[in-house]
Design a protein around this ligand. Structure first.
Ligand SMILES: [Zn+2]
Length: 677
């Protein structure tokens, strides 16, 4: 057997994982050894006869588990970006073992005693601000994992965590299988209405699936949405829509319905063991929002105006549809199609006219240059480094003093074996505890590849959004790994990403980087004006689609006894009760709502995007008020937020940047939800 790369020091540039030498069989022994090492490190802390100090307990804890961190990050990044049967089997096998391992440490009584002792004297230990917060967070984390419970309750907490890890893994795999299994194969006559870019992407998808000469539409959002927007074949739009919204709900071995039931019941039990009435109360207690009431308050502030706006949008859609001879009600598979026609009529704006100006590599450059102007970082491509798939490109990031900042990997295209959606992750976090460790960041998108790849306006926003997360990791300047970059509360983590979106749609950016893929001509001023004027177009639809899903998440996780829930009926009745316009459709239905069930991160937390949008709309308004979207003084203050990680309270960070509390008005205005719009 070849040497296991996880047992060696990596001699690769920047300590990048030697992807070319890592294969699936390396993971099980690496996980086993890494967990054993981690256990030994924890045992050394708890066996120490010395009285607990910050250095011999918290800092040693921060140093522990390094091998496990290294193996886990490589594994879980590959498993979402480039999975295969072998990795999926290892994920099923190791997800529960890893959960069990983490719970065992979280419920280690000797460790908790030492941390409690420190916590009790925290104000007299002479700790710096970041250290005090770190100690408080470690203490809270253990309490929230069940450290204060009786021993039989602790065992139950451990069993729940282990089982949840299995269920989350299965949920994500089931969605991926449904997405992989289904495709809409088209002949030339079925391409009616599709613009060139959509045809080219469909031809490319067919070629990748070995049926060159045909056209394939898949369930990736970047493939499905253009088809729903342009195809004049209502029957095919309907087929696609039904497959898209049925992901995860096919009866049999890959059905996510029973998995959701079990997850919900376990979460409710977990919350109740910890003294909370329901999972949402438990989850939100450790967030900026604090309570379900506060979340509901925000969601309701946009829900009513969003429905009103969607209703007004629907009336316009119906008018166009009648004009085109549709004598039936508008269905969810019609919305994007007729909305596009309204957009063309009202703003004289056509997606197919806009898209040729959004070339992927230009927009990537725009993101890099924006980060450069705001924060002084530069990106230099390196083609000599190992990658895990030929699609991946790698950049070295340096600061204005030309010092190394980190490494940025960009994995932009949809392919089988890659989870849908877009996300930012890390192979290594920034820290300085024992000398500077630079971050290695990866961003994933699921763009439909073309020659060249052209993005929609929304795709370009997604690119910038994930890049904002990437910057949050890259610009991190903290001492401790567990406070690094994006390790902030869930409803704050979307602030650095979402505020970055605003620079994508800034006219300054579009004038320079939105250039026609053939001629290189910048986007005409007059088209740019129409494009920006249309920004609030269809925002009723977009807000309803998102907010409906956020309300559903909250309602589900506020349920004290979800085991009794009939999920299909719940969804129907809930949508009825909130007055969900049936023509819109949820952005995510429960059986493929990966934010909630393919992991626990966004459970009772899908509202986080809107919560952070209050901050990002208000925060960007500071730049427009200053009359310069690159105002250096504001940019420097914003950079502080990107650098601070979780070393300070998020609202404190925001106030230091904005010099006041956030206001909701800019968000309503941005989405066109104010009465005047
Ligand atoms: Zn995000």
């Amino acid at each position: 057997m070849t040497e296991n790369p996880f047992f060696e020091t990596w001699g690769t540039p920047f300590g990048l994982p030697p992807f070319d030498r890592i294969s699936p069989e390396h993971f099980p022994p690496a996980f086993d050894r890494a967990m054993a090492e981690h256990d030994a490190e924890i045992a050394a802390i708890t066996a120490s006869p010395a009285a607990p100090t910050f250095a011999n307990t918290i800092e040693v804890l921060e140093r522990s588990g390094r091998l496990l961190d290294r193996v886990s990050r490589v594994f879980f990044n590959l498993d979402v970006s480039n999975t295969n049967d072998a990795l999926e089997a290892i994920a099923r096998d190791y997800a529960p073992k890893l959960a069990q391992h983490q719970t065992r440490i979280a419920l280690n009584e000797r460790l908790f005693e030492r941390i409690c002792e420190l916590h009790a004297q925290r104000q007299t230990l002479g700790l710096a601000v970041d250290q005090l917060r770190l100690l408080e967070r470690h203490h809270l984390r253990l309490v929230r994992s069940g450290a204060l419970l009786r021993s039989e309750q602790k065992s139950r907490m451990a069993a729940i965590a282990e089982r949840l890890a299995v269920l989350h893994t299965l949920f994500g795999q089931n969605v991926l299988h449904d997405e992989r299994d289904w495709q809409l194969t088209l002949d030339e006559v079925e391409l009616d209405g599709l613009p060139d870019f959509a045809r080219a992407a469909a031809a490319q998808a067919a070629a990748e699936r070995g049926i060159a000469g045909h056209w394939v539409v898949t369930l990736a959002r970047s493939s499905a949405e253009p088809f729903l927007t342009f195809s004049s074949r209502r029957d095919l739009r309907r087929n696609l829509w039904q497959a898209w919204t049925a992901r995860g709900s096919h009866q049999g071995a890959k059905d996510n319905m029973p998995i959701i039931h079990e997850i919900m019941a376990l979460r409710a039990e977990q919350a109740q063991l910890l003294g909370y009435s329901d999972f949402a109360a438990y989850r939100l207690d450790d967030s900026m929002a604090k309570t379900a009431h506060a979340v509901e308050g925000l969601l309701q502030q946009v829900w009513g105006p969003a429905k009103d706006k969607a209703r007004a949008e629907l009336a316009k859609l119906e008018k166009v549809a009648r004009g085109e001879g549709l004598n039936e009600p508008i269905e969810p598979w019609d919305w994007r199609y007729y909305a596009e026609k309204v957009r063309q009529a009202e703003y004289n704006l056509d997606e197919a006219e806009v898209k040729p100006y959004f070339v992927l590599h230009n927009m990537v450059q725009a993101a890099f240059d924006t980060a450069g102007r705001l924060f002084g970082v530069t990106f230099t491509e390196r083609s000599d480094l190992p990658v895990y798939h030929p699609d991946v490109r790698v950049w070295e990031v340096r600061d204005s003093a030309d010092a190394h900042v980190g490494v940025f990997l960009h994995d932009n295209f949809a392919r089988p074996g890659k989870r849908s959606g877009a996300w930012s992750s890390r192979y290594r976090d920034q820290e300085t505890l024992d000398g500077a460790v630079a971050p290695i960041v990866v961003n994933n998108n699921n763009f439909a590849r073309g020659e060249p790849t052209l993005l929609s306006f929304d795709d370009a926003l997604t690119l910038f959004h994930e890049f904002g997360h990437g910057l949050h990791s890259l610009l991190s300047r903290v001492r401790y790994r567990s406070q690094s970059g994006t390790a902030v509360r869930r409803d704050f983590v979307e602030f650095p990403s979402q505020i970055f979106d605003h620079w994508m749609s800034a006219p300054e950016t579009l004038r320079s980087y939105a250039r026609h893929y053939r001629t290189g001509e910048p986007i005409p001023e007059e088209l740019l004006r129409r494009l920006l004027a249309a920004r609030t177009f269809n925002q009723g639809f977009a807000t309803v689609e998102y907010t409906g899903s956020a309300l559903l998440d909250l309602e589900l996780h506020c349920e004290p006894s979800p085991q009794k829930l009939d999920l299909a009926r719940f969804e129907r009745e809930f949508l009825d009760r909130i007055g969900m316009p049936r023509e819109v459709g949820l952005r995510h239905r429960p059986t493929h709502f990966q934010h909630l069930f393919a992991g626990g991160g966004y459970a009772a937390g899908y509202y986080a995007y809107l919560w952070a949008e209050v901050l990002d709309a208000d925060g960007f308004a500071a730049f427009t008020e200053a009359g310069d979207v690159f105002d250096p003084e504001l940019a420097a203050r914003l950079k502080t937020i990107y650098s601070a990680g979780d070393t300070r309270d998020p609202m404190e960070l925001y106030r230091a940047f904005r010099s006041r509390d956030p206001k909701i008005a800019p968000l309503l205005e941005k989405r066109g939800l104010t009465a005047s719009q």
